[in-house]
Design a protein around this ligand. Structure first.
Ligand code: SAH
Length: 320
């Protein structure tokens, strides 16, 4: 999954109508602006420390561009650090966020100041492992070759010992050790340096969700084992596991909320009305974007938000 996605993102811009999927920052500028204001509000209440802005997997850089423009009005102009592995998307990000520093991973992020970290649809792109119930007990799902095709199979090793006792039904357990490792490292940084993290993604907060591995191509679901590296591979994010990882490092993990509730609390309805007043010919487009981002039958409920903060930092807006 890691290799497929590395190739996939290195060789195309997958976003938007002409690509494979559309993300919240690409739907409307309101998304990035409100996340920027979320960060600026937290920074103000934390006593205006010298912070760094960090985005994980910024795609075209739209979220950071919209957020940094909005927070510049609050007289906050932090240095921008973008964690991105795709050379092609780095180019787009350089155009959207001039002067940003790129990083291959989180190890090289600044160590001398609080970090405000934002990740939208980042964790879903990281590799997962699946443990599946078979007649011979729990085994790891593996990938085999059948001629020139990839096919799912199960490994020979027994995995029963790692299955929590609480799992009584369901046939698939997913874990994302890569996501947990990144979140733990970031949480440790935030505890040591101060700051906060906001992760938004589609996902669940327990109970176990079963098999959520999916492939998207041209805005439609596809067979995840077909066309390796040519379609977007994702899995739903286990927010309880991320919160637990933050907690294990001593960070404060706030109650997971939904994208709709978060954007509502941050004032998206008022922002949409202001934008529509300024551009009456775009009113229906702005209303449609508001609906897509917030409605329970669109992204409002499936997408969740997790905030973590350093101990002693204020409660982030929209949480608690
Ligand atoms: N956040 C953007 C893009 C989401 S797509 C948006 O909301 O529009 C996922 C992004 O994560 C892409 O920029 C992709 O290149 C990047 N990415 C995927 N795996 C990564 C990894 N292991 N390390 C760093 N970036 C990664």
């Amino acid at each position: 999954m890691a290799l497929c996605n590395a190739h996939y993102y290195a060789t195309r811009d997958p976003l938007g109508a002409a690509g494979d999927f559309t993300t919240a920052p690409e739907i409307s500028q309101m998304f990035g602006e409100l996340i920027g204001l979320w960060a600026a509000d937290l920074w103000l209440r934390a006593g205006k420390p010298d912070v760094a802005w960090v985005e994980l997997g910024p795609g075209r850089g739209t979220l950071s561009a919209d957020a940094l423009r909005a927070i510049a009005k609050a007289v906050l102009t932090p240095p921008a650090h973008l964690v991105e592995t795709s050379p092609l998307l780095r180019e787009a990000q350089r155009r959207a966020v001039p002067g940003a520093t790129h990083h291959d991973g989180i190890d090289t992020l600044p160590t001398d100041r609080p970090l405000i970290v934002v990740a939208n649809e980042f964790f879903d792109a990281l590799p997962i492992r699946q443990i599946v119930r078979t007649e011979a007990g729990w085994r790891e799902r593996m990938v085999d070759c059948d001629g020139d095709r990839f096919v799912p199979t199960v490994g020979a090793q027994r995995f029963d010992a790692v299955v929590p006792d609480a799992v009584s039904d369901g046939d698939v357990i997913e874990t994302s050790p890569a996501s947990v490792a990144i979140l733990r490292d970031l949480a440790a940084r935030i505890v040591a340096q101060g700051g906060a993290l906001l992760a938004i993604d589609y996902g669940y907060e327990g109970p176990l969700a079963g098999d959520t591995l999916q492939a998207l191509r041209r805005h439609r679901f596809a067979d995840p084992f077909a066309a390796p590296g040519e379609q977007d591979l994702t899995a739903h994010v286990d927010f309880a596991a991320l919160a637990e990882a933050a907690h294990a490092e001593g960070a404060v993990a706030h109650q997971v909320t939904t994208q709709g509730a978060l954007l509502g609390a941050l004032g998206i309805t008022a922002r949409a009305a202001t934008l529509a007043r300024a551009a009456p010919n775009r009113q229906s487009e702005i209303e449609a974007a508001w609906r897509r981002l917030c409605a329970p039958d669109a992204m409002g409920t499936l997408f969740k938000a997790l905030a973590i903060t350093a101990p002693g930092w204020p409660m982030p807006g929209g949480f608690g």
